[in-house]
Ligand binder design. Structure first.
Ligand code: ATP
Ligand code: MG
Length: 140
């Protein structure tokens, strides 16, 4: 295991319900540190670019509309095995399949409005961090 960085988004369904602090506590309780953070209103261009890998999926339009429907909190999380650990704390994409105690089990509304995003591999983590943050905005 090694210290890694991963990219996280607290999605509009969660910011709207004022769950930002509760979600960040879950990261911190799991040993992840917030080393960069910004609350933004994503543009359509940013959302389409960020989720370009899902462009051909039937839910792409719905996903982009949702991601720009309200503010999001973008973050870089750092810790031991951070990519896998964050995915563990998030729980399964569909909250119905998520384990007890995970963010999605406790807070997500549906498979689409599922409260958080987390990078799924070292390469995507690096790309996603770079998509939103400059080096000097990340203070580990
Ligand atoms: P994320 O990438 O957001 O961390 P994930 O890796 O668990 O989630 P992906 O398969 O990458 O899931 O899907 C990206 C996002 O697209 C999901 O988080 C969810 O918001 C949305 N999504 C996935 N499947 C569906 C679906 N069947 N219907 C509607 N939205 C979906
Ligand atoms: Mg994904």
């Amino acid at each position: 295991m090694a210290i890694q960085r991963t990219f996280s988004i607290i999605k509009p369904d969660a910011t709207k319900r004022n769950l930002t602090g509760k979600i960040i506590s879950k990261f911190e309780d799991a040993g992840l540190r917030v080393i960069a953070s910004r609350r933004i209103q994503m543009t359509r261009e940013q959302a389409e670019g960020f989720y370009a890998v899902h462009k051909e999926r039937p839910f792409f339009g719905e996903l982009v509309d949702f991601m720009i429907s309200g503010p999001v909190v973008i973050q870089v999380l750092e810790g031991e095995d951070a990519i896998a650990k964050n995915r563990e704390v998030m729980g399964a994409t569909n909250p119905e399949n998520a384990d007890a105690g995970t963010i999605r089990k406790e807070f997500a509304l549906s498979v689409g409005e599922n409260s958080v995003h987390g990078s799924d591999a070292p390469e995507t983590a690096a790309e996603e961090i770079k998509f939103f943050f400059k080096d000097e905005e990340i203070v580990g």
